[in-house]
Design a protein around this ligand. Structure first.
Ligand SMILES: [Mg+2]
Length: 243
């Protein structure tokens, strides 16, 4: 296992992360759509693929080697807002647009910036959702605990690098996804199902986890993972395999 420290994410690495997110969404398209079919409208997988395809198109249209981190995240938000329908477009779109403001004009993202970026994105998601809180069975169920944990780790330890931070954040984020299974949805289309939304893993929480974990996988030199086994009834993630 590599022990090299990563203290900053430069823009070209960030663009690699975004490209890998597209690959991860493609690999998990059917799974995400299955999760959304169970408690929503069966479009989350296709939406995420279409969204990140547009993101890469916008990034490639500009000179990627000249982009700064803020602009790359801004183009991500714009791409997602342009082509992703339903709730996911505005939620993820505003996540990245607000996040981008934290690193405007910066060539690289530090670990501290990363926590600020996630926190700004979280605030936007909560606002767009109309005051979403943890327990509503949404992507906030992953994002909010992850932001809190990242900030805690950074404040308590000196010189934390991305690998050390994400090594703790990724399994924690996965736990947060699994914690959505028993919940009754209080936001979004799933909330119309009432009690019947219980015992299903939330699709938005799942894609949020996959995005966070792709930062880690990219920094470790891999692309990301495909969820290769899941429980048919609940959608519970059982097994992941590297792409
Ligand atoms: Mg949907």
């Amino acid at each position: 296992m590599s022990t090299s420290k990563v203290y900053a994410l430069d823009t070209s690495t960030l663009i690699t992360v975004l490209r890998n997110i597209l690959e991860v969404m493609k690999a998990n398209e059917k799974y995400l759509t299955k999760l959304d079919a169970d408690i929503g409208d069966a479009d989350h997988g296709i939406n995420m693929v279409r969204g990140f395809q547009k993101v890469m198109e916008l990034i490639n249209k500009e000179n990627p080697s000249k982009l700064d981190a803020g602009r790359a995240l801004q183009l991500t938000g714009m791409g997602l807002l342009q082509v992703v329908g339903g709730a996911a477009g505005p939620l993820y779109g505003m996540f990245f647009l607000e996040a981008s403001k934290k690193v405007q004009g910066k060539k690289e993202i530090t670990v501290k910036d990363f926590a600020d970026v996630l926190e700004a994105g979280l605030k936007a998601v909560k606002m767009v959702g109309g005051g979403t809180v943890v327990g509503d069975k949404t992507m906030v169920d992953v994002l909010e605990p992850v932001v809190a944990k990242a900030k805690e780790i950074i404040s308590k330890r000196d010189n934390v690098d991305f690998i050390e931070l994400l090594e703790e954040i990724v399994p924690f984020a996965k736990e947060c996804v699994l914690n959505t299974i028993p919940l009754q949805a209080r936001k979004g289309r799933a909330s119309y199902l009432g009690e019947r939304s219980k015992n299903h893993q939330d699709p938005g929480a799942t894609s949020t986890y996959l995005i966070i974990r792709t930062f880690y996988d990219t920094l470790k030199g891999t692309t990301g993972v495909k969820i290769s086994e899941y429980d048919q009834a609940t959608g519970k993630l059982l097994k992941e395999e590297p792409l």
